[in-house]
Structures are given as C-alpha cells and as structure tokens.
Design a binder for this molecule. Structure first.
Ligand SMILES: Cc1cc2nc3c(=O)[nH]c(=O)nc-3n(C[C@H](O)[C@H](O)[C@H](O)COP(=O)(O)O)c2cc1C
Length: 493
C-alpha cells in the first residue's frame, strides 16, 4: 500500500499528483478501508478547502483572510452597520458542540477490550520502527488558559493501548505538556533547574513522585476528519487561535464537536475514529526511526507516551493514512496551500514582502525564497531576522531575499539573481537558533545555524560604490514585431 501510494503521489500523468486511493478489505482486516493520497493533487486540495476545483484558486482564501485582517475601526453609525453582516458571518464559524447521540464518531464506543491494532495501521518504510498513525489530529488543552489546540503529530504504535506522541518541542501541544509540568513541579527555582536538565526541555524527568492525579495531560486524537479540519491541524497557527475556528473559516461552516467519554476534551463529531487518553508528565520513550518527509529516516529520539483510555468510531470506519518520504509527496500540496494562505499573515508583520516560495524539494523549512520591496539599507537582513522570529518560520534553515522584480516562483530567475548578485563574504549571514527536530545535519538536536542570502541589488547606502548593471531585456517595440511574425517563422514547429 505504501509503495502504491508513493507512486500515486509522484505520478505526473495526466496531472501532477495521481488519484486518491481507497484500499478495501486489507489482509487480516476484513471489511476495512484505508484512504491515502486524499490531499495529493491541486484539484483535491482545492476541494478540501471548499474551492471550485476547476476555476477556484487558493488566493481566494488569502483574499478572504486579507479582508478580515484589513478591517478598520468603524468611524460612524453607517460604517458599523456595514460591518454587521461580516460579524454575523464570522459568528457562524465558531465550533458547535452537539449531543453524543447525533455524533457519528460515537456509533461504537469501546471503553474496554479495545486495541488500536484492530485498525489497519501501516508500517510505511522498511526501516520504520513499527506501525505509525500518520494523519492524526491531536487535541490538547492549555492547562493555563483552557484554549484548545489541534496539531498533526505522528504516533508510533507500541501496542494496542499505547503509542508514541511525536510533538516536537517547539509545537503547541509540547508547550501544553510543559505548562502541566510547571504547574506540577512546584516553586519556580526548582522548575527552571529541572527544565534545563532535561533533554531539550520537552519533558521533565527530574520531576518524579508526581501525584498520580496531576501526572497527566489529557489528549484526544481524531482520525479521518473532514479535509478542512485535517488541514487546519497542520496550519502553523498562533496558539491564541483555535484550529477548530480555522477549519470553520476554511469551510465557511462551523465544525461540530462532541464531548469525549473519558477526558475533558471535545473532538470533531464527524470523525471516523477517536482515541481518547492521556500523556504522562514524567515519562519519555524512544520513538522512531521513521521514514520522514525530509527524504531521510529521522533517528530514534525520546518522546512522550500516549495511553489510550477509550476508542469511539463510526460503524464502518475508514482509516486515513499518508506516506511521507522523498518529495514530492501528498504533504507537498498541503504545504503549498499553507504557503499561499499564510502570505497575508506574513505581510501583517513584514508588509514589504511581495511573495514567498518554499520549494517542495527543500521540504519547506530548509529554504524560503522571499521577494521584497526594498526601501532602505539593510532591508533584506531585517526581513530575514523578521522571518526567523515568526512562529514556525523560525525553523527556516536558508532564506534567500531578492528584489520585487524577481518572480520567486521561477527558480531559474532566483538562481540567476543569487549567483550573479552576491559577493558571498558580504551577502551571506549566519545566525544560531532553534532548528527543526528533523534536521539531521544540525550540530545539536533542535539547535543549529541558519543562513540568509541577500541577493538584492546593493545600494551605495550599503557601502556598494560601484555602478550596478541593468538586467538585459529587449525593447517592447522589437518584441511586438517578432511576436507578429513568430508563428510564420516556424521555429517552434
Ligand atoms: C503528514 C504530516 C505529519 C506531521 N508530523 C509531525 C510530527 O510528527 N511532529 C510534529 O511536531 N509536527 C508534525 N507535522 C507538522 C505539524 O503538524 C505542524 O507543525 C503544525 O502546525 C503543528 O501544530 P501546532 O502549531 O498546533 O503545534 C506534520 C505535518 C504533516 C502534514
């Protein structure tokens, strides 16, 4: 199944991406179904986000988001009146909690004798440590603020009732775990010391003898949610914004939630399968290796352990899975959608940004190409530092900044600018900071260097006193004359 899904994801005929795949009656799992490559084409990505798959564009969502962000304070009564429909529309996007009897994910409730291995969980690559849940929407609550988070973090199945929980230390759910630890660990000085002693600060093994009642962070996992909800779990949203609201905004319809059976959390009511349980605050276990979206296996590392307390599901649930590996894979489409939708948010902080491109082959966090409207000396470096300071963009290993007349989606043009416009010693900047947990080349896990390349035209104000040459371009009149006779010349058949 993994090999078929890999080939489908990489297929380029008739259009890039290949079909969605529904495997039925998986061996040893009579009556089962597994859905793969559901997001794996431009068309399906648009469908997932409620856009017209033929004529729609992801820019429609960016435009909707921009309209929301550009709202100015109403000045008079008329202005206020004009805003009412928009506010009413927004009000409709908040999640709604429905009764358990109306929730499809509660058609079967298993409080005892359950096993996650009753579902066809895949081992994807030969050297994976075992079977992994690859498209889980993991829901936690910030113990301090009560705000919910939904993130996609893979889960290695250890046995029918326990799995790994691969939330990387800079992600929101890891912060929820740390908040729970801070609350359990007592006075601040002991806390600071204990946090510093642990590997990466993801959990705190120095905190022992916790009161069993406090020794847990409740977690619920939804598998097989509607596509906009699944997508919102990967969106690098700030912790203040609940992903359920993002899903409502994308779908233009509220997400319906239902209360869990054994934990104090709500989950998408229309999900295929829900795993309820908790992560202990004082336990880590080796997780991985796992064939990852970098194209390499991530090495084994310690992560928290998820204990399942209850499984609920639809009567004939469809198991959702994805395969990650050497790009392009299904997640490339999801990542590109994030790039397009988030551009307006980026511009809120850095309005000089014209466009960005996260090339698929650089697996998103390894390379960002940014074009800017350059206005002052050192502007490219200001933008680099701004990007490294913004949410998950902090992971960006290399940033290339070009002038606004370079199309960042055209990597040939970008290469030409970088190769021609830089004096390497002068225009390359290194800095240190947090790096993605999957970065196997960094000097230390989760900590390493980043590189910024200023490929903009250099100004006298930046100490460049030589003349800067013009880019070569034919004049418009000559181009028009050749356009008129081009077909007749027969050069392109
Ligand atoms: C298929 C897929 C698998 C992912 N697996 C992980 C993972 O195992 N651990 C992780 O920290 N992030 C993983 N991510 C990225 C996160 O989902 C993403 O960073 C998200 O914004 C995290 O949510 P948060 O911002 O609420 O923490 C994965 C993304 C995709 C598309």
């Amino acid at each position: 199944m993994a090999e078929i899904a890999d080939r489908a994801a990489k297929s380029r005929a008739p259009t890039p991406g290949g079909p969605a795949l529904l495997f039925e009656n998986v061996k040893n799992y009579p009556g089962s179904s597994v859905l793969m490559n559901q997001f794996g084409s431009e068309r399906r990505m648009k469908l997932a986000l409620g856009l017209d798959p033929d004529r729609g564009s992801l820019d429609e969502i960016s435009a909707r988001l921009r309209a929301l962000l550009e709202v100015k304070s109403p000045e008079g009564f008329l202005d206020k009146l004009k805003m009412l429909p928009m506010l009413a529309d927004l009000g409709k996007l908040f999640p709604k909690t429905i009764a358990a009897k109306d929730a499809p994910c509660k058609q079967v409730i298993r409080r005892e004798g359950f096993s996650v291995l009753d579902f066809p969980v895949l081992q994807t690559w030969p050297l994976d440590a075992g079977r992994f849940i690859t498209l889980p929407c993991v829901i936690t609550r910030d113990p301090r603020t009560g705000r919910r988070n939904m993130g996609m973090y893979r889960m290695q199945v250890y046995d029918g009732q326990t799995t790994g929980m691969h939330w990387q230390r800079q992600k929101n759910a890891a912060e929820h775990l740390r908040e729970a630890l801070r609350a359990a660990a007592g006075p601040a000085s002991a806390r600071v010391q204990a946090m510093a002693e642990t590997a990466g600060g993801i959990a705190n093994l120095a905190v022992t003898n916790l009161d069993p009642a406090n020794n847990r962070l409740e977690v619920a996992v939804a598998i097989g949610t509607d596509p906009a909800t699944t997508f919102s779990a990967i969106v690098p949203a700030p912790p203040e914004v609940e992903e359920f609201l993002i899903a409502g905004f994308l779908r233009q319809q509220p997400v319906e939630l239902v209360r869990c059976e054994t934990v104090d959390l709500e989950v998408p009511a229309h999900a295929e399968i829900i795993l309820e349980g908790y992560v202990r605050l004082d336990e880590l276990r080796p997780e991985g290796p796992f064939g990852d979206h970098t194209g390499f296996y991530t090495l084994q590392e310690d992560y928290p352990v998820f204990y399942i307390t209850c499984i609920t599901h639809r009567r004939d649930p469809i198991w959702s899975a994805t395969i990650v590996g050497k790009p392009p894979m299904e997640d490339a489409w999801m990542g590109k959608a994030v790039e397009r939708i988030f551009l307006p948010l980026f511009r809120l902080t850095l309005p000089e940004i014209v466009d960005i491109n996260l090339p698929i082959e650089a697996v998103f966090h390894n390379l960002m190409v940014v074009s800017i409207r350059k206005s002052y000396a050192g502007h490219a470096r200001k933008v680099m530092n701004g990007i490294w300071a913004m949410g998950q963009a902090m992971f960006t290993k290399c940033i290339i900044v070009v002038d606004e007349d370079c199309d960042v989606q055209d990597l040939r043009d970008v290469t030409l600018r970088v190769a021609n416009n830089i004096d390497p010693e002068r225009d390359i900047q290194f800095t240190l900071g947090p790096v993605d947990s999957l970065d196997h080349a960094a000097r230390l896990p989760n900590y390493g260097s980043k590189m910024g390349i200023d490929a903009t035209r250099k100004w006298a104000a930046e100490g460049f006193s030589r003349p800067w040459p013009q880019l070569i371009e034919m004049d418009a009149a000559t181009k028009a004359r050749v356009d008129a006779i081009w077909k007749k010349l027969g050069i392109e058949g």
